[in-house]
Design a protein around this ligand. Structure first.
Ligand SMILES: [Zn+2]
Length: 358
């Protein structure tokens, strides 16, 4: 079985002392792919952090300390694949940008926040459990997508000689519990609603009509799918694999958020799909693994790595449960598993993974 692990480069290097040790640990555990986060991360309860960027980026305002280049060289020697994440809609500022250029104008805005629903406080409250109003960049803006391409171009230009692949993460609209139940009303989304549906305001009740729901999903999938096609063109030209971290809740999240990854797999837009399927309930996890395999159909050469959480926001799986979930994934037809996340695995856990790879 193919094994991959998600990591957070600053935290993992800090744990191991140097990046070579990350590669050695992956190699010894039979992990063929290390997918690493290379952006700043605020301190949090999840146990990962980064004070700045960890690759040789030139487009960001934040400080960079290049851990990726030595990691890539070490990985090439040891035969381990390293794929840094690309966060297309990151809120980290690029050079030449100010916060006012982006927020709140080019960010997700509920109808209430945008002041389009009379009688509701337009100072606007964040929705419970939702993406923050005015703070999460909305993919509907061509400028926001151009910015994503600028980040990609820089990554390929700075690291392309040593890179073998890039993993797209958060390539979608904000979580459906926000963006579907309270659709975005930034200027770009409203222009699309007027163009496609003849309305300026789109409420949850409108989306009860299947045709209206279809138009909104089609719009979002045109936007995100079109950007992924452009990214595929750039990465193919550079000889790089393009993979993606996929929303595991396919029909209640991914497709509604413009992330129709089964189509991307079927049509060869991506080389591998890593489903973020971190459930702790074995039956639920297996049901999703089967659904994912079915949705991708004859996926050609695109690989499916079924996600397994060791520890995530969805809970914690002891290592024995991780092994059971991995075997379930293989039985459901996955080509491998990707484990979340490196620093949640103990030294002993890594050794327990080895037999899965053999
Ligand atoms: Zn919008």
């Amino acid at each position: 079985m193919n094994l991959a692990v998600w990591g957070h480069l600053w935290t993992d290097a800090d744990r191991e002392g140097d990046v070579d040790a990350i590669v050695r640990r992956c190699r010894d555990a039979g992990i063929g792919t290390y997918l690493c986060h290379t952006y700043p991360i605020a301190r949090n309860a999840s146990g990962y952090f980064s004070p700045g960027l960890t690759y040789d980026a030139t487009v960001f305002q934040a400080e960079s300390q290049d851990l990726l280049s030595p990691l890539l060289r070490s990985a090439a020697r040891e035969g381990v694949e390293v794929e840094p994440w690309l966060l297309p809609f990151t809120a980290d500022l690029l050079k030449g940008e100010s916060r006012e250029d982006l927020f709140p104008r080019r960010a997700y805005q509920s109808a209430e926040y945008a002041g389009l629903v009379p009688g509701i406080d337009t100072e606007a409250p964040d929705l419970p459990g939702a993406a923050k109003n005015g703070a999460t960049l909305c993919p509907s803006w061509p400028e926001n997508r151009a910015r994503a391409m600028r980040i990609l171009d820089d990554l390929v230009e700075r690291c392309g000689a040593d890179l073998t692949g890039i993993d797209l993460d958060m390539v979608r609209y904000p979580n459906a519990d926000t963006s579907w139940h309270h659709p975005c009303h930034c200027e770009a989304c409203r222009a699309a609603y007027r163009e496609r549906l003849g309305v300026d305001v789109l409420g949850e009740e409108d989306l009860q009509r299947p045709g209206v729901a279809y138009e909104l999903t089609r719009f979002r999938n045109d936007v995100i799918g079109g950007m992924v096609e452009e990214m595929r063109y750039i990465t193919s030209k550079a000889g790089l694999r393009l993979t993606m971290s996929a929303r595991a809740d396919l029909y209640d999240s991914a497709v509604l958020e413009g992330q129709d990854w089964p189509r991307w797999a079927r049509e060869g837009l991506v080389d591998a799909v890593f489903t973020m399927s971190y459930w702790t309930d074995r039956e639920i996890h297996l049901g999703h693994a089967r659904e994912h395999a079915a949705a991708m159909g004859s996926r050609g050469s695109c690989l499916h790595f079924d996600g397994v959480g060791r520890r995530s926001s969805m809970g914690e799986n002891p290592i024995d449960a991780v092994l059971d979930l991995a075997r379930d994934a293989a039985a459901a037809g996955a080509d491998g598993v990707s484990i979340f996340h490196y620093n949640a695995l103990t030294n002993a856990d890594f050794q327990r993974l080895r037999p899965l790879a053999d």
